[in-house]
Ligand binder design. Sequence first.
Ligand SMILES: NC(=O)c1ccc[n+]([C@@H]2O[C@H](COP(=O)([O-])OP(=O)(O)OC[C@H]3O[C@@H](n4cnc5c(N)ncnc54)[C@H](O)[C@@H]3O)[C@@H](O)[C@H]2O)c1
Length: 256
Amino acid sequence: MSGTVAVVTGAAGDIGLAIAQRLSQTHDKIILADINTEAVTKLCEGHRDQFVPVTCDVTREADCATLAAEAAGHGTVSVLVNNAGAARAVSLGDTTAEIFRQDTALNLEAAFLTFQALEADLKSTRGSVVNIASVNGLAVFGHPAYSAAKAGLIHLTKLIAVEYGKYGIRCNAIAPGTVKTQAWEARAAANPNVFEDAKRWYPLQRVVDPKDVANAVAFLSGAEASAITGVCLPVDCGLLAGQAELARTFSQSDNY
Ligand SMILES: NC(=O)c1ccc[n+]([C@@H]2O[C@H](COP(=O)([O-])OP(=O)(O)OC[C@H]3O[C@@H](n4cnc5c(N)ncnc54)[C@H](O)[C@@H]3O)[C@@H](O)[C@H]2O)c1
């Protein structure tokens, strides 16, 4: 046990919970921050020795200050995981100014606000920040406003790494591919085969599990990654490496 505290935002979601569970193996206290009070409180039931639920809208500066104050009651934060996020499945042509602002506030600005709120803790612990970005921040797969915000989040990761490296703070991002979570409920309702359809684009022929993302967070935030900062690690079952179907078309080889 490190004797320190980890903060995970959006912790009532499937990826956030998997991250909190994984970090509980190496940290005394995990602050599970989420806008959904009922869900996050329920998840912490039976784990109150290690899990601390905090209601927090990460797009609000005042809530981020409250989050930092609540965390301070349990120790000094050494790991911040900016996981809260959501996408709107519309085209750029259907994106309104309001959607653009909301997606940017949640998927980019919020990570800046939480970092600012916890900056003093992270300096004193020579801590680590992990931003959960997306493959959408690295290539176009739909969700335009979300994608632009995630691309910004990958750049924010580098900004923190470069300016705060002198304090020993490391900051890295993770870009997951498709992860089967609650966020997919509406799309899975519209097309029950959505995950099967998605698999053909993934070299590993499967989608990502929340635990895959959690393991990457544990690595990047831990001592084994002590020389790694400012990177974005795809956890995408090979999606960004290329598509076998396209390679087959171009090469006319059945080996793909
Ligand atoms: N599921 C995927 O396929 C996928 C792929 C790539 C990246 N991601 C990223 O992973 C992260 C987690 O996604 P998920 O699929 O677990 O989503 P999810 O919808 O299951 O969980 C997101 C959680 O964030 C919380 N939240 C939403 N707005 C908030 C706010 N303003 N303040 C605090 N909490 C808020 C929600 O209440 C929810 O508990 C997101 O950043 C998402 O963009 C997901």
